[in-house]
Write a protein that binds this ligand. Structure first.
Ligand code: GLU
Length: 262
């Protein structure tokens, strides 16, 4: 992959938080350093982050996620600024400005709002800013109810990637990539290094969700399929080693790469 590409990176709650929803500072520090480096190599980078509800729940209720809607809204409101404070601080260490972009589904479905969103992204990226995106879980309660919202941030990241014409969507998650069966329950599961076409069998093989997040492998597969359908690429890789993003972008085999290219 040449420099000067547009990349959307999505990181989930289970990769950002540890015990009881406490923030995984080491992970975010490494991620901020790598994404800053990737940006410095003339690429445009957008980060889609989860974790607002998880972090807010750790601040307010020792990590116990509330079941009622207004509790989730409160957690998202508190957690979002905690997260952004840390991102701003850590990206700031590397001299990279970040921006908060909170979206609802209505924002991207309404023609005028969609254009405004795109204009804002374009301007931010032209200024070398890394926009940090999350669903606006406070005002659009549909987002947290998973009904009429983005469903989850995996889907949100695909929507954003499509909106800005990203070349690649990278999922940082708690698995090494897509496997031919569930690696948590089957020790003989094999990693699939390259996918040019998403098949029904792949969906059947990736049942089950991660513990703290709302997505899981199925939603990543759906997002990757969407990227392939518009002639773009996607990757699923382990969030434990963010520096592998450099290798991925240099064309090395990391995690699972979804690409129609030979
Ligand atoms: N927007 C939610 C949050 O920040 C997470 C949604 C998801 O992980 O899919 O907590």
């Amino acid at each position: 992959m040449k420099n000067g590409r547009r990349i959307v990176v999505k990181i989930g709650t289970s990769s950002l938080t540890g015990e009881g929803g406490s923030i995984n500072l080491r992970r975010i520090d490494e991620l901020a350093k790598v994404l800053s480096g990737v940006r410095n190599e003339s690429n445009s980078v957008v980060l889609v982050t989860s974790g607002a509800v998880g972090v807010g729940s750790s601040v307010l209720w020792n990590g116990v996620r509330p079941s009622e809607l207004d509790g989730l809204q409160a957690a998202a409101a508190v957690g979002q600024i905690r997260l952004m404070h840390i991102y701003d601080k850590l990206f700031g260490e590397f001299g990279v400005p970040v921006a908060q972009v909170l979206l609802t589904r209505g924002n991207v479905e309404n023609e005028i709002q969609r254009r405004n969103c795109l204009n804002a992204f374009e301007r931010l990226l032209s200024l070398g800013v890394i926009p940090i995106v999350n669903a606006n879980d406070v005002v659009n309660t549909d987002e947290i109810k998973e009904l009429a919202g983005f469903r989850d941030n995996d889907n949100l990241s695909a929507v954003v990637a499509e909106l800005i014409g990203a070349d690649m969507l990278i999922f940082l998650t708690d698995a090494d990539g897509l496997f031919d069966s569930n690696p948590h329950s089957n020790p003989n599961a094999k990693l699939i290094p390259r996918v040019s076409e998403v098949t029904p069998e792949m969906y059947a093989n990736c049942e089950g969700k991660s513990t703290l997040g709302t997505g899981g492998m199925t939603s990543k597969l759906r997002a990757a399929e969407r990227m392939l359908a518009i002639g773009k690429e996607a990757a699923i890789m382990n969030s434990e080693r963010p520096s592998q993003i450099y290798e991925l972008l240099a064309g090395a085999g990391v995690g699972t790469i979804f690409s129609a290219k030979k």
